[in-house]
Design a protein around this ligand. Structure first.
Ligand SMILES: *Cc1c(COP(=O)(O)O)cnc(C)c1O
Length: 415
């Protein structure tokens, strides 16, 4: 990348250095954060293009500014490809982020003070699903469902009774730290029984859904939202899918309801990423993401670690590090010392503050993009288990060397 940035290097050495250092960090560490990925050079070139300079408020063919003919080309490409990936009828590619996509749906479909039922943050839900710290928890009345204490999975019967009792206007489905398949059809049935709308937020699993490796929410939800940068492997952003009758309201809710001009460079990057998501290579990649997560989970459990729900069906796993005598915070710091980037995460029935937490979340999307395969998952499991189970004063260097050997064997593609 250094030679692509010669102008930046000459004009702004401080920013250039930070970017170069970040590139080196990504290259030399294994990024195990479940919500991250590594975009193709084609996506990054689109995002770094002149498309960033253009104002294009409105939608293709209906812009408030002149000179939008090529904006219409890229936004229409993004829309058409997105429709094709998920077999959706209405699409909106303008949300700046996953959070914006969710907020736009709430604005389109709910009134201030309406009731929403969403997954508990500490059980794997997301801040935008009704956390008191988020607008969704301030504008709406919220109740939360969680997982069953024994199985650590969603229990549809208890969610049904909660829905019957609470009578929500909307049920929000989806999670940021749930390692199991979600039964969208069951949620939809419950929503029918109580007369609620359903929003599925598939931010984490969109890539798996695109590849047919997780059941699709399309057909079982009034609204589907997602990020574009997690398993879907596009630029940082959001999207909305729905049925045509909601189209006019959703369009207005995104712009001018919530946002101003769309980030057209990001939309160009989304178009490129959606094109990639339609290929056979992408489907194979997602299959490897899931296989790697399963192999890593197996390797960790064989070495005595406890995984929430006893394994994974998707791209992520949650390790209960309290079971190994640590906190999430300490586990995250220990793994950082050996070149593994993870995030501490609350686990169901958490007893620590979120800033300490009892778990860590690990995902395979980014390392699978680098090309690591199932054999490498055994090596990785060995390092993670040894580092988490070792005494506090253990020397990290031998483990750091093993992680660096993996990072060197699998350089990030496209640099
Ligand atoms: C990541 C995530 C979001 C938010 O995405 P941002 O782009 O960071 O706003 C929303 N919902 C879920 C379930 C997520 O995992």
């Amino acid at each position: 990348m250094a030679d692509q940035l010669s102008e930046l290097k000459a004009k702004d050495a401080a920013v250039y250095q930070a970017i170069l250092q970040e590139e080196k960090r990504q290259q030399s560490h294994l990024e195990l954060i479940a919500s991250e990925n590594w975009t193709s050079l084609a996506v990054r070139q689109a995002v770094g293009s002149v498309m960033t300079d253009k104002y294009a408020e409105g939608y293709p063919g209906k812009r408030y500014y002149g000179g939008c003919e090529y904006m219409d080309v890229v936004e229409t490409l993004a829309q058409d490809r997105l429709r094709e990936i998920f077999h959706a009828e209405y699409v909106n590619v303008q949300p700046h982020s996953g959070a914006s996509a969710n907020t736009a749906v709430y604005f389109a479909a709910l009134k201030h003070g309406d009731r929403i039922l969403g997954m508990d943050l500490s059980h794997g839900g997301h801040l935008t699903h009704g956390s008191p710290a988020n607008l969704s928890g301030k504008f709406y009345q919220v109740r939360h469902y969680g997982v069953d204490r024994q199985t650590e999975r969603m229990d549809m019967d208890s969610i049904r009774s909660l829905a019957k009792d609470f009578q929500p206007q909307m049920i929000v489905v989806g999670a940021s730290a749930y390692p199991r398949e979600i039964d969208f059809e069951a949620f939809y049935q419950i929503a029918q029984e109580v007369g609620a709308l359903v929003m599925v937020d598939m931010a984490h699993i969109a890539g798996l859904v695109a590849a047919g490796l997780h059941g699709s929410p399309v057909g079982f939800a009034d609204f589907v939202t997602s990020t574009t940068h997690k398993t879907l492997r596009g630029p940082r952003g959001g999207l909305i899918l729905s049925t045509p009758e909601w189209g006019p309201k959703l369009d207005k809710s995104v712009f001018p309801g919530l946002q101003g001009g769309p980030l057209m460079n990001t939309i160009a990057g989304k178009a490129v990423a959606f094109g990639e998501a339609l290929t056979e290579e992408f489907r194979i990649y997602q299959a490897h993401v899931v296989e790697n997560a399963r192999a890593l989970a197996q390797g960790l459990m064989e070495r005595g670690l406890r995984l929430v729900s006893g394994g994974t069906d998707n791209h992520l796993l949650l390790i209960d590090v309290k079971h190994s005598g640590l906190t999430g915070k300490v586990a995250q710091a220990r793994l950082a010392r050996v070149g593994l980037t993870v995030n501490k995460n609350t686990i169901p029935f958490e007893t620590e503050k979120p800033t300490v937490a009892s778990g860590i979340r690990i995902g395979t999307p980014q390392i699978t993009t680098r090309g690591l395969g199932q054999n490498d998952m055994a090596e990785l499991a060995d390092v993670i288990a040894a580092v988490l189970q070792a005494p506090q004063d253990q020397d990290p260097d031998p483990y750091l060397a093993r992680v660096q050997a993996l990072a060197e064997a699998f350089p990030l593609p496209g640099i």
